[in-house]
Design a protein. Structure first.
Length: 215
């Protein structure tokens, strides 16, 4: 199958609450061996069983993902997930692409016994881990938030269990000619089909000092 090319956008990311019955396909494009559905409050990404859906194994992105074209403007992106990875090698997070061989991933993942928030860069199909932190959630936590902030060539990752208090994972420097950003759901070993939910996408454009937030 030929690669899906997302035309670069003319500005920073655009907010979407995924609270309708249909995906805005003028904004989002599904990529990867999977499918999506909307239930009125969530976007559900489905990875079919029996195949690899890892975001970077072997330098290839096989995650199920939805992408929107953007440019290289500075931005801060918050994503709320109504799901928490619990099985080993499950991932959910944010993907920022230059092309099929150069991209960044920011994600929550499970080791099977621990929850990890991390980030890595894939350059010329070679992955390098740049941030990683094992996290513990308050009892009763049912949602996760991840925040990615771009300022020039500096990237900073945060996470939250309540959408209010954000914890800093760390920062790194990487220049990227960005063409798109999106949400990913992946698992690195053949697995029964599973659903991953990504609900609230709220975005602050630092370059324009404009808050685009959907509650």
């Amino acid at each position: 199958m030929p690669p899906v090319v997302i035309p670069p956008g003319n500005g920073p990311p655009v907010s979407d609450s995924f609270n309708s019955g249909a995906l805005n396909t003028s904004l989002w494009t599904l990529v990867g061996n999977g499918s999506y559905s909307l239930n009125g409050s969530d976007l559900l990404l489905t990875a079919p069983g029996g195949s690899n859906h890892d975001p970077s194994f072997g330098g290839a992105d096989n995650a199920v993902r939805v992408l929107q074209g953007i440019n290289s403007s500075d931005f801060t992106v918050d994503v709320k997930f109504d799901s928490i990875p619990t099985a080993q090698y499950q991932f959910e997070g944010i993907l920022v692409d230059q092309d099929a061989t150069n991209y960044l991933r920011f994600q929550f993942g499970s080791t099977g016994s621990s929850l990890v928030v991390d980030a890595s860069k894939v350059l010329a199909r070679t992955e390098t881990a740049v941030l990683s932190s094992t996290i513990s959630l308050p009892p009763g936590t049912t949602h996760l938030w991840i925040r990615v902030q771009k300022s020039g060539s500096t990237w900073t990752e945060f996470w939250s269990a309540d959408g209010s208090t954000f914890n800093t994972v760390g920062s790194f420097v990487q220049t990227l000619a960005i063409v798109d950003i999106g949400l990913l759901w992946g698992i690195s070993t053949p697995w029964p089909a599973r659903h991953q939910r990504s609900r609230q996408l709220s975005i602050t454009s630092l370059a324009q000092r404009l808050l685009l937030q959907v509650l």
